[in-house]
Design a protein around this ligand. Structure first.
Ligand code: NAD
Length: 343
């Protein structure tokens, strides 16, 4: 087992040190496990820890206030009080939802995260953001709440479907573009060669940024590279485009924008696009009008005008006086849309 980052993050194959960590927090607890993993990994953890096991319905559609409430009632019914540890086992949906629950249950109980998808390992479980979706938008209600421990066991990924690998890899590639030429180069060569080191580097990249700007006042916005376009595509497709695919398309589009505005060369843009193509991502056609309207809803928008994170080389974002994002002229956005639809 390897302990990183102020003793919070553990790389622990087989989760052999989970028990001592959890029991040091409390002998009472509940494992809230993604329903698809509850009978297998969830049951094994229940046996090891002696905690209650409660399945959490799978999928984004269940990341809601209603599910949170049902889980809270379940915990109350089982008479779990303030001395309860909550262990979240699952992808980002579970870690976001259970994180939110832990931050409000009995005014806050200790939280332990065991992310099981690549996306949750490199992104959702890192950084302390929790939340649920509402009918008006994703992640609109939530808290900042740090877990007591995060356990990364890459063996849990053995059952992850190929589509979910691509979803997570999109965030790994983003870290390469915004922060880490080394991550980018590994993805360019053969990302499968050492997945554990890729996960470790990605987490370090996110933690480094989050530690400098925990409340997203400036630098943390770089983690949003590719997401201005990505979120708009998700929204106008009514979430038929998966998050990772949308982020990958967003990173290609925002790299194009970085080139259009003169910040990266044609050669660098081509290098970026070649890698996305090789890994199986491709651009998709869409309608300009709803897309432009969706861009204006982005959280970085100011006065209804979308702002973009832009790169000036692989592994580096432009600081723009500490804002780390910049408005882009309507005519340039139209050029980007034209390029995305027609190449
Ligand atoms: P998810 O939790 O829905 O998992 C994706 C799918 O993979 C699900 O069907 C799940 O059942 C399955 N799965 C997970 N682990 C598995 C395993 N080991 N074996 C087999 N199947 C497995 O989604 P996700 O992609 O992990 O996360 C997406 C969520 O994360 C979104 O809700 C997003 O908003 C959130 N997120 C949060 C943050 C943050 O900072 N809090 C950052 C990025 C994303």
């Amino acid at each position: 087992m390897e302990k990183l980052h102020h003793g919070v993050l553990y790389f622990d194959r087989g989760l052999s040190h989970l028990k001592e960590t959890c029991h040091a927090l409390s002998l009472r607890g509940a494992i809230l496990a993604d329903a698809t993993l509850a009978k297998t990994h969830g049951a094994a953890l229940q046996k090891a820890l002696g905690y209650e096991l409660i399945p959490v319905p799978s999928g984004e559609a269940f990341k809601t206030r209603e599910t949170k409430q049902a889980l809270e009632d379940e915990l109350l019914k089982r008479k779990l009080g303030r001395d309860t540890v909550l262990v979240a086992l699952g992808g980002g949906v579970t870690t976001d939802l259970v994180g939110f629950l832990a931050s409000t249950y009995m005014r806050g109980v200790p939280l332990v995260l065991i992310p099981t998808s690549l996306l949750a390992m490199v992104d959702a479980a890192i950084g302390g953001k929790t939340g649920v979706d509402t009918p008006l938008g994703k992640n609109l209600v939530g808290t900042f709440y740090l877990p007591k421990a995060i356990f990364i066991d890459v063996d849990l990924l053995k059952t992850l479907p190929p589509k979910e690998w691509l979803n997570g890899l999109a965030e790994v590639l983003k870290y390469g573009l915004i922060e880490s030429p080394a991550i980018w180069e590994q993805c360019e060569k053969d990302w499968k060669k050492n997945v554990e080191s890729l996960i470790r580097d990605s987490i370090q990249c996110k933690m480094k940024v989050v530690e400098q700007d925990p409340q997203e006042k400036g630098l943390r916005r770089i983690l949003n590279f590719g997401h201005t376009v990505g979120h708009a595509l998700e929204l106008i497709s009514h979430y038929k485009i998966a998050h990772g695919e949308a982020v990958a398309i967003g990173c290609m589009a925002e790299s194009y924008l970085s080139h259009l505005l003169g910040f990266i060369s044609q050669e660098t843009l081509e290098r970026i696009l070649r890698t996305y193509g090789k890994l199986g991502y491709s651009l998709k056609k869409f309608e300009a009008k709803p897309f432009l309207a969706a861009l204006a809803l982005d959280k970085k928008a100011k006065g209804g005008e979308p702002r973009f994170v832009l790169i000036d080389r692989i592994g580096h974002c432009l600081p723009f006086d500490g804002a780390y994002c910049q408005p882009v002229k309507q005519t340039d956005l139209e050029k980007m849309i034209e390029w995305m639809n027609h190449g």
